[in-house]
Design a binder for this molecule. Structure first.
Ligand SMILES: *Cc1c(COP(=O)(O)O)cnc(C)c1O
Length: 320
């Protein structure tokens, strides 16, 4: 296992090269006019399997010793991490068991099975997924790869912001969706090395503002599973590895409402022809809310994923 630092991000970038896509950075004159700023959107909705999580998962699995690879891996996830592990495992020839909430979006569950993962379901409002994961790992000798609180996962996620800074140079502000903090802490490591003057913002759904409260109180706040359309950010707490990095590096943690997420999803689809899932819209929704305060700035946004089934996408946009 590597450490969660910028050298780890560089090592991850080498490991995922040729396996993960170097995703495009999208621009929009309409958006620039709305913000009075120059916005650069890193399109991880166009990443392999539809979200940045492929980066961390592939990096973590590619870092495993041969004996551990052979025994296999297990993970728990609200969806995208599961697909990322299932796909990475099949590319690397590693058996994967995936714990998923029984109410996970149908498309995510089907895709996970399609990538060759063995799916075991649990009740997200009643059962403790971390406990079930640990039990399975112990019983079958599997290596548990958690969705965010793992150095190799954090470093892998950091490669997205690294590519963005490499491509567009230092930015004044960067907006990053926040669940358990893998993407945000990885982005923080890239920012520290490549764009120390850039203000980094984590963005959570209003209903699940544990990260914001943790930052304010100075220790990790635990909450009930929040009810929000941002299913990739329904985490109950930040990680013991992600929190200290976030605490040290971020300018602030912001929140947006579900209706702001829908507005932004509509904007991205209508104006930019981009399909972005609700969680993937957190960063841009916050930048739009910040509005005038970004005037004249160079702004980066991570569009973190695009996995939303079309029926749900349509009904969210229709407001039904
Ligand atoms: C997992 C996920 C997030 C949150 O990432 P963390 O590393 O848990 O903070 C954001 N957006 C999408 C699309 C995700 O799948």
């Amino acid at each position: 296992m590597n450490e969660a630092n910028y050298d780890g991000v560089l090592a991850a970038a080498r490991r995922i090269e040729g396996h993960a896509h170097r995703t495009p950075v999208a621009r929009s004159r309409t958006l620039d006019a709305e913000l009075g700023a120059r916005a650069h959107l890193k399109c991880e909705n166009l990443q392999r399997m539809g979200a940045f999580k492929f980066r961390g998962a592939f990096n973590a699995l590619a870092s495993l010793e041969p004996a551990r690879r052979k025994a296999g891996v297990v993970t728990f996830s609200s969806g995208n991490h599961a697909q990322a592990i299932a796909l990475s495992a099949s590319l690397l020839g590693i058996p994967a068991t995936i714990l998923m909430p029984e109410d996970a979006p149908a498309a995510k569950m089907a895709a996970t099975r399609g990538y060759g993962g063995r799916v075991v379901t649990y009740d997200r409002y009643r059962e403790d997924r971390e406990e079930i994961g640990r039990q399975l790992a112990e019983r079958d000798g599997l290596t548990l790869i958690p969705p965010y609180d793992h150095p190799d996962v954090i470093c892998g996620q950091g490669t997205a912001a690294r590519e963005l800074f490499e491509e567009v140079g230092e930015l004044d502000a960067l907006f990053v969706p926040l669940g358990g903090g893998g993407l945000l802490s990885g982005s923080a490591l890239a920012r520290q090395a490549l764009a120390p003057g850039c203000a980094l913002y984590g963005v959570e759904p209003e209903a699940g503002d544990d990260g914001r409260r943790s930052l304010r109180s100075g220790s990790i706040v635990h909450i009930e599973t929040p009810r929000t359309i941002a299913d990739g950010a329904q985490t109950q707490h930040l990680g013991t590895l992600t929190f200290p990095i976030i605490q040290r590096e971020v300018a602030d943690i912001l929140t947006v409402s579900d209706s702001e997420l829908v507005d932004t999803m509509r904007f991205l689809a209508e104006r930019m022809k981009l399909v972005v899932e609700p969680t993937g819209c957190l960063g841009l929704a916050a930048a739009r809310r910040m509005g005038a305060r970004l005037r004249g700035q160079r702004v980066g946004v991570l569009l973190s994923g695009g996995n939303v089934d079309m029926a749900r996408f349509a009904s969210l946009l229709a407001g039904t």
